[in-house]
Design a protein around this ligand. Structure first.
Ligand SMILES: Cc1cc2nc3c(=O)[nH]c(=O)nc-3n(C[C@H](O)[C@H](O)[C@H](O)COP(=O)(O)O)c2cc1C
Length: 187
């Protein structure tokens, strides 16, 4: 089969990306394309928070590390070192929130799916421009202080993912892919 961008697309691990600055014009392109997703009823049941520059370090220290310490009082120095630099692996982080609303006909499930589509679109668009990108949740996507900091409503909104953006330092290896015969069924 002929190869194209989507048949070759691959994520780059956050820990392998370089956090050099991404030009605003590319970031704008990624965001503009990212929000062009299927969305039943055009409800826009999602939000994107752009996190870059000083804010990466600020969130690492004031939320990720401090919440980790609270939840893991016996953490080792190595663990604390890792948690103190999570966001700083990226040049920019696009935090995608699923923000469902009450609707008489459209199920919340479909709003959740649309928010996943935003994540995938942001990821693909960044990768199509040659950037390193990875969709991560890690433990802090489920942390209430993080959700609150990003403007999410407790017990309603959810963090669909953090799209880490940076530069490739090497081409990623291919990963194990599903066997089409096991996941695709022609009726
Ligand atoms: C919702 C979601 C959350 C994820 N969270 C993590 C994570 O916390 N840690 C991790 O190592 N990979 C996580 N992944 C997987 C990475 O995104 C991984 O890079 C991806 O599966 C690579 O696929 P690709 O090469 O087809 O882009 C997550 C994927 C999804 C869809």
């Amino acid at each position: 089969m002929e190869s194209n961008f989507f048949s070759q697309r691959r994520s780059v691990l956050a820990r392998k990306m370089s956090p050099k600055s991404i030009p605003d014009k590319d970031l704008d392109k990624i965001l503009a394309a990212g929000i062009r997703v299927p969305d039943h009823g055009a409800l826009n049941p999602w939000k994107i928070c752009v996190i870059k520059g000083e804010k990466l370090k600020l969130i690492d220290e004031s939320i990720i590390l401090s919440e980790f310490k609270k939840e893991n009082p016996n953490a080792t120095e190595v663990q604390l070192e890792t948690e103190s630099k999570r966001f700083q692996r990226a040049s920019v982080i696009l935090a995608v929130l699923s923000t469902p609303l009450e609707h008489p006909k459209i199920p919340t499930w479909e709003m959740t799916l649309s928010s996943g589509a935003v994540c995938m679109n942001l990821l693909s668009c960044a990768q199509s421009l040659g950037y390193a990108a990875q969709w991560l949740t890690e433990w802090y996507a489920y942390n209430s202080k993080m959700l609150d900091y990003l403007g999410g409503r407790a017990n309603i909104d959810k963090i669909s993912g953090f799209i880490y953006l940076g530069y490739k330092t090497e081409e990623p290896n291919e990963r194990r892919r599903p066997d089409p015969e096991k996941v695709i069924n022609y009726l």
